[in-house]
Ligand binder design. Sequence first.
Ligand code: SAH
Length: 392
Amino acid sequence: MSVVHVTGKARRWLASGHPWVYRDDVAEVEAEPGDVATVVDPAGAVLGQAFFSAQSRIALRFVSREKTRPDRAFFAERIARAVAARARDGYLDPRGACRLLAGDADLLPGFVLDRYANVLVAQCGMLAADRHRDLFVELARASLPFEIACVYDRSDSSSRKLEGLVQRVEVVDGALPTELIVHESGMSYSVDVAHGHKTGHYLDQRDNRLRAADFARDVDVLDAFSYDGLFGIRAALAGAKSVVCVDQSKEALERAAANAERNGVRDRMTFERANCMHDLRDRAARAERFGLVIVDPPAFAKSRREVEGAERGYIELNRRAFEITAPGGMVVSASCSFNVRAADFQSYLARASYKAARSAWLTEFRGAGSDHPVLLTLPETNYLKCAFVRVG
Ligand code: SAH
């Protein structure tokens, strides 16, 4: 049996509810990398069952606090519940898309399963997740009310290196359709699961795109860091006068233009390839004005060390966003860096508005959709911030 002994410090930390134990707090290992280990405290008491990783800074990620080892029935119930939550929250339209299993947030450490129409895309971030992939996929399929045509594995995230794992991209079952189209509340878009970012698409912004579109009617819109252009297309569908999408990725902009065509809004949209940090500054210098500005950059602070640089980046970027917003217009500003906490992000926005010499009111502060659940005892799962700001 695999057993990992942890220190008293780890026991106290776990008693706060957090489900991870760091390498430094492991006392003794009688387990192989990738095992489901029984975790034991210094007094010999069983603290629970966890995925064990020998290489990562995070050595143990708990699956349960029970004495019994998780078996097939245990995972079947856990996965059925996660899928049922998506069904209840309206994420299971067969032609739609969602994060079906959100890894640690669903107490399935290191294992993400995204669904695009009838295609499943898995992403494993640790060896124990690799080993459970086929079981988890099978159980997820069994919980779905419709058939799955293809299972794809996009386990090529850079975090795998921290685990000492090779990157793996493969068709697990079936065949990928030549073009994968998702239909989502009146909008359709293509997803490139083989080459796109993450598992092909940014699922976590779905509801924020819809909300942002409420402010798009009859105004000019700037969608900065547009990726596939979906904030912009939502805005165009909601009656925007014009939409400019800016991104540095040529492939993303090509998909964005095709998506615009698909939704019949191509004539009101333009696509510009540029570095948004320079582009927004230049637009401010040219005194351009938009009724709605969306800024959705990649994570500026991937680690705690990068927070200081990220702070400067967010302030500069949002300052320009405020400067180019017409009086009474809206800025929708996102940050997906976990290391920048909500209160920090709001203080950056405050400083950005002051630097821009514009009054600004935070009207809504949103996160990801509920298919990216926030596990309260794991603050790391609360990463996406999306501020809606009215600019005076
Ligand atoms: N808004 C998108 C997601 C954006 S992800 C959505 O709703 O789906 C971040 C995007 O920023 C990526 O497409 C990436 O290509 C782009 N990007 C990263 N750094 C950039 C920069 N400095 N200038 C312009 N685009 C950048």
